[in-house]
Design a protein. Structure first.
Lengths: 290, 412, 337
């Protein structure tokens, strides 16, 4: 096979991986701080994707521009969900949380089916078919923009958690719940904020990914699983880890598809997950549990 | 005197006989009425929700158009009982049971081979005829069922005709590809076609060889790797079996990765569907699809097409509508000939079906002893200007094929 | 042994059980085939729910990939039947063995390395998906085009090869569910059962008491996976076609756990009640919506999700415990029903 194929595929995998990473980042925030197993993560992204589709179809607004408003809307949704429905479940056993999120996921998926119908919806912008050629290397334009947008949002999030007082408070909450309470932080509020932030992340990811992927109502579960695989691989509670995990999985899948049968490429992501769980359960960049 | 007395006795006897007859008819009547009177109750099983919802709802359009057309051609109308299989084998089975329990005398469906198999078992058990509208997996009509009928080609039939039609197109244009790369979706239909290609292609002396076979996951959202691999083989043309979403994704990748094959030979759904044509506009022209289709020159085809255009303007008539309609056509025709709604008689009537005034390509609808319509012919259609034209087989065409395909970069 | 199993169970519980069993046994006389199909689905989920419950409810390990064992059981016996003509009952031990091997592998990898909670759950999903994709490429077992079992005619009921009328299948699954029920009951009251419950409540405390948690968790996953395999065998011979996409699909795993969670994890009656309720709600919703002309696809599932949500929020321990309390069906010593 010609050499540039490997480069093309690797770049493609990397860029896609960045977007996966952004989606997983949202989960990392939610699970890292609130400790809720959000099995409706992919479904929340699907909502964001449909929002982008509607805005584009009705008002002609480019999803990349709408990324921030959609993220804001998802923030509100996440915040409300946490305050109203999920909060009582924080202390409940995992399987209860899981069932709660599954029920929510079922409701979301089928409501979307009722509203939008089963056909795939796409956002086809003027640059949807563009690509940039650098010699023999061809880079998909939309993937490039998507990757850049993902980096931008992730950087903004890092900055928030690193420098903003609210961000630091949330991190404190995640690191030491009791300590946070002692210091007088309003934990319930912070939890809601965190869930909202995680939802905003996934909202931005959705707005971006709709340029690459057509949306159907049952799209969610596959992405939920992917998000979990990435977060565990990259490290629970580590944000750079989520991005790194995303890139790793994106690259692995792409290269595996190239070397082996593409239809089996998902197996590699699971194989990596199993290996990580067994030999480095805290993830690549996670902190070793004390 | 005696006459009067005889008359009254005779009257009495007659009245007695009449009374007896009346009683007998009264007790027998329910059975006869159930079997004879009224419209035929047809249970329609389609995936209206779940992953195949879009296709199921498209098939349903064929159902909606049926009765008015039947009325106009002198066939009895059908009483349709709807059920949603939810793209799930267990639900399909229990819905079939429910329909039968609710009085369905004939079943029709179910688009998917797995669900159709499940329904077939129930139908066979209960002695209720089951007419399959769309399902290509060969095993369904190899089980020795007596009540299951399929008016749809098997994967082998689709392939055989595909190769014949391809050669016809190549001959007409004078250009033939020396090599192809075979891309297929790794699901029931795709794999059946792949296996079929291996078995059937050697018999047809095709001018091309398959350089590489690449299979991809049906749920894949990103096909860039697959297209990269395909382009890297250096093959002349693309041979493909895919679904609608993959077709759109693949085309986008072809454009982005700047590969315009000599042509796209599709032996499955997707590349000719409305969503594909609408989404890709100019970039959607050119692919050839070798599929079960309709004969545009047949009278009933024109009638069905007209009815569809009136009810759903902008929707192109496709396999889903045609074969769903024809399945009901079989039911109505059998009902007319059997003059009863008794399932066993209906099954016998269906076995004797011989409809020449139909919609699909080929001599008409008839079934062999396995319940399969082996005379179906498959057509070659091409996307042109947002519409579909039939380019093969000869005698059932309405346009000439464009081969090779215009390169993508020349269209933007 | 039976006496020991029955010891301590309140008399009216036994009576209730007997009545329920009697109704189920004579049901085919009154039920039409459609109702039988529904009952078969209910009992199937009651059976798999009980098998899953052993791992989760008794030993406290959340498995979200139980469809793996169903699938392995189904494919093993189906492939043996299709390729070698080996009947389902003969193939079942092989199926159970393979299923147990898989479960033991997962268990060993997870428990040895201390993987628990949500991580364990994700691990089970990963294995299930891995095997699903694997079977998609496993052409000897049909690959993704599916494995079709040859279907003979239905005039006779052949129990040996599991070919026949729905009634036969009904009694088979009824028997399986009843045996599973008895087994779970026996397990709960055995030493293993008590250790499991100790581990579920507080693994650390259990270990400090000297219980070898690794060993008992392994036993739990082995029993659970082994018990799930026969459900797969039943599934294969009842539906007669298998597709990796459907058999190993993650939604199947979720279907399996819905019953026990709604009914009540860790309880004996939970999975059974849950199965009845869920399928019941599903069918009733179907009827209601059809009657109100709500033919919109998806509407039924939205209601289904809402019902699920309500149950999870209001009755976190499932529906069985409050019912059991109401009917005073519990023994006085332990709070398990």
């Amino acid at each position: 096979m010609p050499a540039e194929i490997y480069l093309n595929v690797a770049i493609s995998g990397l860029l896609t991986g960045l977007v996966y990473g952004l989606m997983a980042l949202g989960l990392s925030v939610i699970f890292g701080v609130v400790r809720v197993v959000n099995f409706a993560h992919g479904e929340m992204m699907t909502i964001a994707m449909y929002l982008a589709v509607v805005l584009f179809a009705q008002l002609g607004l480019d999803p990349l521009l709408m990324m921030l408003p959609i993220a804001a809307l998802l923030f509100a949704v996440g915040y409300a969900m946490q305050m109203v429905i999920i909060n009582p479940f924080i202390s409940r056993p995992e399987h209860s949380q899981f069932m709660l999120m599954v029920a929510i996921a079922i409701i979301i998926v089928n409501s979307l089916l009722m509203i939008f119908g089963p056909d795939a919806q796409a956002v086809q912008t003027s640059y949807s078919f563009d690509s940039y050629a650098f010699g023999l290397v061809i880079v998909d334009a939309t993937k490039l923009y998507a990757g850049l947008a993902a980096i931008f949002v992730a950087a903004a999030l890092f900055a928030f958690f690193q420098y903003a007082p609210l961000g630091k408070a949330i991190r404190a909450c995640a690191d030491n719940y009791t300590g946070a309470l002692v210091v007088g932080l309003d934990v319930k509020q912070l939890y809601a904020l965190s869930f909202g932030l995680g939802a905003a992340c996934v909202g931005a990811a959705g707005a971006i990914i709709v340029l690459l992927v057509d949306v159907t109502p049952p799209l969610g579960p596959a992405y939920t699983l992917l998000a979990f695989v990435i977060v565990i691989t990259g490290g629970m509670g580590s944000m750079p880890g989520a991005l790194l995990g995303g890139v790793l999985i994106g690259l692995t899948e792409a290269m595996a598809g190239l070397f082996f049968t593409p239809s089996a490429k998902s197996m590699f992501a699971f194989a990596i997950l199993v290996l990580v769980l067994l030999f480095r359960p805290q993830g690549i960049m996670g902190k070793k549990p004390t | 005197m005696s006459v009067t007395r005889n008359a009254s006795t005779a009257l009495n006897r007659r009245r007695l006989l009449a009374g007896a007859a009346a009683v007998m008819t009264a007790t027998a009547a329910p059975a006869i009425v159930r079997a004879q009177g009224g419209m035929l109750k047809v249970g329609v099983l389609l995936p209206r929700s779940g992953t195949q919802a879009g296709i199921g709802q498209d098939c349903f359009r064929g159902v909606e158009l049926a009765n008015p057309i039947f009325k106009s051609i002198g066939l009895p109308e059908l009483e349709i009982m709807n059920a949603d299989t939810e793209t799930n084998v267990e639900v399909a089975r229990s819905r079939a049971e429910k329909l039968i329990a609710d009085g369905a005398q004939l079943l029709m469906g179910a688009f998917d081979s797995g669900q159709s198999s499940a329904i077939a078992q129930v139908a066979e058990q209960k002695g209720i005829p089951f007419v399959i509208n769309i399902a290509a997996a060969p095993p369904i009509t190899e089980q020795g069922y007596k009540f299951v009928f399929r008016n749809f080609p098997t994967a082998g039939m689709i392939l055989g005709d595909a190769f014949t039609n391809q050669k016809e197109v190549f001959a007409a244009s004078g250009v033939e590809p020396k090599s192809v790369v075979f891309l297929h979706v790794n699901d029931t239909f795709g794999t059946a076609m792949k296996n079929g290609v291996g078995a059937v292609m050697p018999k047809f002396n095709m001018p091309y060889t398959i350089k590489e076979t690449i299979s991809y996951d049906p749920t894949a959202r990103d096909l860039s790797v697959e297209v990269s691999k395909a382009k890297a083989t250096g093959a002349d043309a693309l041979l493909v079996v895919s679904r609608l979403n993959d077709a759109i994704l693949l085309t986008r990748e072809l454009v982005k990765q700047r590969w315009s094959p000599m042509g796209i030979l599709s032996m499955g759904p997707g590349w000719y569907e409305d969503q594909y044509l609408k989404t890709l506009a100019k970039l959607g022209d050119g692919p050839l699809s070798f599929v079960p289709w309709y004969d545009p020159n047949k009278k009933l085809s024109k009638q069905l097409e007209g009815a569809l255009a009136k009810k759903y303007p902008g929707v192109n008539m496709n396999t889903n509508h045609i074969y769903t309609f024809e399945a009901l056509l079989v039911a109505a025709d059998a009902h007319k000939r059997a003059k009863t709604t008794d399932p066993k008689a209906l099954a016998d009537a269906i076995r004797a079906t011989n409809i020449t005034e139909n919609v699909s390509t080929g001599p008409g609808i008839s079934f062999d002893e396995k319940g399969q319509n082996v005379k179906l012919k498959n057509a070659a259609i091409q996307n042109r200007g947002g519409k579909l034209v039939t380019v093969a087989p000869k005698g059932a065409t309405n346009a000439k094929a464009e081969w090779p395909m215009t390169a993508y970069d020349k269209r933007r | 042994m039976i006496a020991r199993m029955l010891h301590g169970v309140p008399r009216h519980t036994l009576a209730l059980l007997a009545v329920v069993l009697a109704i189920l046994v004579i049901a085919p006389v009154f039920a039409n085939d459609y109702l039988l199909t529904v009952l078969i689905i209910i009992l199937y989920f009651a059976y798999t729910g009980q098998a899953w419950n052993i791992l989760m409810g008794f030993a406290g390990q959340l498995s979200l990939g139980h469809a793996l064992y169903v699938g392995l059981g189904a494919y093993t016996t189906a492939a043996l039947y299709v390729h070698f003509g080996i009947g389902p009952w003969l193939g079942m031990p092989v199926a159970v063995l393979i299923s147990v091997a898989c479960g033991a592998t997962i268990g060993f990898l997870a428990f040895r390395f201390g993987v628990g909670g949500v991580y364990f759950a994700i691990l089970t999903i990963a294995f299930s998906e891995f095997v699903r994709i694997g079977f998609d490429h496993f052409d000897w077992a049909g690959g993704s085009s599916g494995l079709f079992l040859p279907v003979a005619n239905y005039s006779r009921n052949d129990v040996v090869n599991l070919r026949g009328q729905p009634v036969m299948f009904y009694y088979v699954i009824l028997m399986m569910t009843a045996v599973a029920f008895a087994m779970c009951h026996a397990l709960l009251r055995s030493r293993v059962g008590y250790y499991w419950q100790a581990i579920r409540e507080d693994e650390q405390a259990a270990r400090s008491l000297g219980i070898n948690t690794f060993r008992y968790k392994m036993i739990a996953i082995i029993v659970s996976s082994g018990m799930t395999a026969p459900a797969g065998v039943f599934y294969a011979f009842y539906y007669n076609n298998l597709f990796p996409e459907q058999t190993f699909f993650i939604l199947r795993s979720i279907e399996i756990i819905l019953g026990p969670i709604i009914g009540g994890i860790g309880t004996l009656f939970g999975p059974v009640i849950g199965a009845f309720l869920l399928t019941g709600i599903s069918e009733v919703l179907q009827e209601l919506l059809a009657n109100f002309g709500f033919d919109t696809p998806g509407a039924k599932r939205v209601f289904y999700g809402v019902c699920l949500l309500l149950v999870v929020m209001i009755l976190p321990n499932g529906i069985w415990p409050p019912i059991a309390r109401l009917l005073r069906l519990q023994r006085r010593e332990t709070p398990e029903g």
